[in-house]
Ligand binder design. Structure first.
Ligand code: AMP
Ligand code: MN
Ligand code: MN
Length: 319
């Protein structure tokens, strides 16, 4: 992977007048934080900018606490722009409904990301696999661009940093330096964390209880996986953040070396989240058509619960 090029990215941004900033489908706080922060930074530089997610479904409501998130549009077409910036998208298909248009306009596309599996699908690719979050890269980019770090921008950047480091459980020492810089704008980090992680409902807690009580251990070759199958009926009762949070219980369960959460978002369509402190789950996810990072990766699967589980176990046996 080549060195991330800030100079090329700065040149592309400076030449642009009107920019579409695109985050990944089923966005998380790093995606929405990155889109929101970038749109605000571009406007500060006097550009027109719009944030887009290429899906019709609204995203998790707790992400709307990120400043600027309420302006992010759900879209299946690009507006008229002279530059496209994708953020936190590890591969082209992660831009969802906008993939065909962005593929056709690779020459006008800047890719800003931290996924090690990113092939670099833009003309300019600012990819740093060592960055904790895409918002970490944006923090550096904004310095190169002379963007003033105001509180709303800092909030959006912090949201991505906080969630992609598992609340500062992993990352480089400089993640704390970056967090300090952001906090110095006056961020209320307690409220940000509560908004993103801790605010729940009784309905969510009951859904989680049912999901967690179904946890099982599956052996596959040298691996032992903690598995939760969250079928469509079960997750319909819970909010998106509550469903997404289930995987955190599986990261390092005693006697296992990975966790797998199967989320049936539509009947027969499963979003699978893999987590491990001991093995490279991005390899497994890539083989199954997805992507991600060494400790956290995901893919999409189709079939019955038994089929999608068997597919994963077979892949684990081979790895
Ligand atoms: P998640 O388990 O959805 O929180 O995702 C963990 C990591 O894997 C994130 O960095 C995602 O970008 C990546 N990932 C998840 N699902 C997919 C997918 N279907 N295709 C590519 N990457 C994915
Ligand atoms: Mn993400
Ligand atoms: Mn990310």
């Amino acid at each position: 992977m080549p060195e991330p090029s800030y100079a090329e990215t700065v040149a592309a941004v400076e030449a642009a007048r009107c920019v579409a900033v695109v985050g990944h489908v089923r966005p998380d706080a790093d995606a929405i934080g990155s889109v929101s922060a970038t749109v605000q930074a571009l406007r500060q530089l006097g550009k027109q900018a719009v944030g887009l997610i290429g899906q019709p479904q609204p995203f998790a409501a707790n992400l709307l606490t990120i400043p600027g998130a309420e302006e992010v549009r759900l879209a299946h077409r690009l507006p008229e722009v002279d530059l496209i910036i994708t953020v936190d998208c590890g591969s082209l298909d992660r831009v969802g409904a906008l993939a065909t248009e962005i593929a056709a306009r690779a020459q006008d596309t800047v890719v800003i990301d931290h996924h090690s599996s990113n092939p670099g699908f833009g003309r300019v690719n600012l990819i740093d696999r060592y960055a904790e979050s895409t918002t970490t890269i944006l923090g550096d980019l904004f310095e190169h661009l002379g963007v003033r770090l105001d509180r709303p921008i800092a909030h959006a950047l912090y949201a991505g940093l906080l969630t992609d480091t598992g609340s500062f459980r992993w990352g480089r020492p400089q993640m704390h330096t970056f967090a300090a810089r952001l906090m110095e704008t006056g961020l209320d980090v307690r409220t940000i964390a509560t908004d993103l992680f801790d605010s729940g409902s009784v309905t969510d807690l009951r859904m989680m209880g049912r999901a967690l009580s179904g946890v099982r251990i599956e052996e596959a070759g040298t691996h032992r996986a903690a598995v939760i199958i969250a079928d469509h009926e079960l997750i319909q009762d819970g909010s998106l953040p509550a469903v997404e949070s289930l995987v955190d219980f599986l990261r390092s369960l005693e006697g296992t070396d990975l966790g797998a959460l199967f989320k049936e978002s539509l009947p027969g369509i499963w979003h699978v989240s893999l987590r491990s402190n001991e093995m490279d789950v991005s390899k497994v996810a890539v083989t199954l058509g997805g992507g991600g990072h060494i400790p956290a990766a995901g893919y999409t699967a189709r079939g019955t619960a038994a089929e999608v589980l068997a597919e994963l176990l077979e892949e684990l046996r081979a790895s």
